[in-house]
Design a protein around this ligand. Structure first.
Ligand SMILES: *[C@@H]1O[C@H](CO)[C@@H](O)[C@H](O)[C@H]1NC(C)=O
Ligand SMILES: *[C@@H]1O[C@H](CO)[C@@H](O)[C@H](O)[C@H]1NC(C)=O
Ligand SMILES: *[C@@H]1O[C@H](CO)[C@@H](O)[C@H](O)[C@H]1NC(C)=O
Ligand SMILES: *[C@@H]1O[C@H](CO)[C@@H](O)[C@H](O)[C@H]1NC(C)=O
Ligand SMILES: *[C@@H]1O[C@H](CO)[C@@H](O)[C@H](O)[C@H]1NC(C)=O
Ligand SMILES: *[C@@H]1O[C@H](CO)[C@@H](O)[C@H](O)[C@H]1NC(C)=O
Ligand SMILES: *[C@@H]1O[C@H](CO)[C@@H](O)[C@H](O)[C@H]1NC(C)=O
Ligand SMILES: *[C@@H]1O[C@H](CO)[C@@H](O)[C@H](O)[C@H]1NC(C)=O
Ligand SMILES: *[C@@H]1O[C@H](CO)[C@@H](O)[C@H](O)[C@H]1NC(C)=O
Ligand SMILES: *[C@@H]1O[C@H](CO)[C@@H](O)[C@H](O)[C@H]1NC(C)=O
Ligand SMILES: *[C@@H]1O[C@H](CO)[C@@H](O)[C@H](O)[C@H]1NC(C)=O
Ligand SMILES: *[C@@H]1O[C@H](CO)[C@@H](O)[C@H](O)[C@H]1NC(C)=O
Length: 439
């Protein structure tokens, strides 16, 4: 992979060549250079920005200033290029207008700044990763980016970005000291954006965002992070973790998975959400007390709730939910959960409530009627939610209910629930047995 500077020169001299056409063929980006492209680029071309100079590599590793100097005249970089090593304080490529391949800048322990201030287009990928001293990244002319990763840069606090940037394709920002996303929050559509572990980011407001075609992940940034997605109508996948405030008032559709975990707000109101294409998951959310999914009609995957210790009353959470195509797995100190529209659960059903007030009869009925189709059905409640002394571990007063076998009094051991399932299945209506047999 590595080659010396003589080889690099040779590749550049030979490689600077014919790719002139291919660099224009991609069309959309870097119009300025395309329009005034000169016919015969060389590796040692002048500083004139009107000179096109495509440098292609199958794979190259640059570890010192001499080698870097030799790509400094390239206006387009193509191929897999890695820049690393401890020699660099600054990486400055003032001629570079387009990244057509994959450029990785990584493990350069002395690097303070990356200046790519003529770069307009990333057609491939730019990854800048794993450097503790890096403070500044200048992408002040960037217009279009297909894939940009800025990861494990704990001192990185200064991002210079074009205010007119049009598209960021896939964008990952992880473990940096950046304190605001600035222009990146102004898009009306996003493809994939993953903002995680940036402990100085508190504001994650996307006031114009209407749709997310792949995923939006906002996870473990500042503990006080506020997320507002109030124009968002649909997202393929949405993951929200460790935020203090959240709203998405208009959200109607999540085509894939919707996950909330480790958050600290106390009410979640997604009353306009009608469809989740894959899983809906809410867990490890101790403050959550109020939950409104009052228009949700269908979940294409699993419905999973656990470790939400303050969530007791779910009586109005899912009034219109009709269908869960996957499994239902809910546990917690839930006093009531009504799903008055539920008519079909395709997967298993497990509901473990530690509240003695919980009433399984609604679900037992659905199970008896064959509307809960999965092979495993558990609806269990246990009393004495006063002491949760898991150390002594006695589950006194617990009772579990399985398809008509209501509360078998004391000492019910949950691991025996499946035994009772087998018994109860013997007593199931013949129609249901036939239905299961058909699966
Ligand atoms: C630069 O790195 C290349 C290998 O990547 C090496 O062959 C060359 O000797 C180095 N030049 C200097 C000046 O260190
Ligand atoms: C990150 O950099 C450190 C040293 O700066 C190095 O020890 C470590 O292996 C690097 N990690 C990766 C994933 O490259
Ligand atoms: C990030 O937050 C820490 C702790 O609040 C603070 O000390 C530091 O100065 C902040 N860094 C930046 C770049 O804002
Ligand atoms: C997001 O959801 C879609 C379904 O709409 C799925 O195909 C895709 O793989 C999911 N994940 C990501 C990371 O986009
Ligand atoms: C749902 O949409 C309606 C109409 O757009 C709006 O008035 C309402 O506030 C939205 N729901 C939530 C939870 O904000
Ligand atoms: C997601 O659902 C919305 C609303 O139904 C739809 O307009 C959009 O095309 C879907 N997106 C994907 C990626 O399937
Ligand atoms: C959720 O928001 C809607 C619209 O603003 C409101 O009518 C409803 O009462 C809210 N739900 C809860 C549980 O506060
Ligand atoms: C859920 O809570 C249990 C018991 O406190 C804990 O062991 C487990 O790690 C938690 N799971 C998650 C995903 O937080
Ligand atoms: C419910 O309890 C049973 C028996 O202890 C256990 O196997 C199952 O994983 C629990 N389900 C949930 C969703 O916690
Ligand atoms: C929920 O359960 C609690 C405790 O049993 C009860 O006081 C409350 O009235 C119930 N709420 C609804 C809406 O049924
Ligand atoms: C439940 O039963 C299993 C196996 O039969 C046993 O190991 C476990 O200690 C029992 N738990 C309780 C609380 O009785
Ligand atoms: C569980 O079931 C087994 C076999 O049916 C029985 O021997 C055992 O006592 C039961 N355990 C409890 C705690 O009920």
């Amino acid at each position: 992979m590595k080659f010396n500077s003589a080889t690099l020169f040779a590749i550049l001299a030979a490689g600077a060549y014919a790719a002139d056409e291919s660099s224009t063929s991609s069309g959309s980006a870097s119009a300025s250079s395309a329009s005034s492209r000169s016919g015969s680029p060389t590796a040692t071309s002048s500083n004139s920005r009107s000179t096109s100079n495509t440098c292609s590599f199958s794979s190259a590793t640059i570890t010192n200033a001499t080698a870097l100097q030799q790509v400094a005249s390239c206006s387009t970089l193509d191929g897999d290029i890695t820049i690393s090593g401890d020699e660099f304080a600054t990486i400055d490529l003032p001629q570079l207008e387009e990244i057509a391949g994959d450029v990785t800048i990584t493990n350069a322990r002395s690097l303070n700044s990356v200046i790519l201030n003529q770069l307009t287009s990333i057609e491939g990928k730019l990854a800048i990763t794993n450097m503790t001293q890096l403070i500044t990244i200048d992408l002040s002319q960037l217009e279009n980016s297909r894939d940009l990763e800025l990861v494990s840069l704990p001192s990185f606090a200064n991002l210079m970005l074009n205010q007119e940037i049009e598209d960021v394709g896939r964008f990952t920002l992880s473990d940096t000291a950046l304190s605001n996303l600035n222009v990146l929050t102004t898009f009306t559509t996003l493809q994939y954006m993953n903002i995680n572990n940036n402990k100085n980011i508190t504001q994650l407001q996307f006031p114009n965002l209407k749709s997310v075609s792949d995923a939006l992940i906002l996870s473990f940034n500042n503990d006080d992070a506020v997320v507002e997605l109030n124009e968002l109508q649909w997202a393929s996948n949405l993951t929200i973790q460790s935020v203090r405030a959240f709203s998405a008032n208009d959200l109607q559709n999540v085509n894939g998975t919707l996950q909330f975990s480790y958050n600290v707000f106390n009410a979640l109101n997604l009353s306009n959400l009608s469809y989740v294409g894959s899983s809906l998951q809410v867990f490890a959310h101790d403050e959550l007390a109020s939950l409104d999914f009052s228009n949700l009609r269908e979940i294409g995957g699993e419905l999973s709730f656990f470790n939400n210790s303050d969530l007791h009353d779910m009586s109005n959470t899912f009034p219109r939910l009709q269908t869960v195509e996957g499994a239902v797995a809910i546990s917690g100190d839930i006093s009531n959960l009504t799903m008055s529209s539920l008519s079909r659960v395709v997967g298993d059903f497990q509901l473990n409530s530690t509240s003695e007030d919980f009433d399984c009869s609604e679900f037992d009925q659905l199970h008896d009627d064959g509307d809960i189709e999965g092979h495993n059905y558990i609806c269990s409640t246990s009393g004495s939610d006063s002491t949760l002394s898991s150390a002594t571990g006695s589950e006194t007063g617990s009772s579990s209910t399985n398809s008509g076998f209501s509360g078998d009094g004391d000492a019910s051991n949950r691991s025996n629930a499946s035994n009772k399932l087998i018994i109860s299945s013997l007593l199931m209506p013949i129609g249901l047995i036939l239905a299961i047999a058909m699966l």
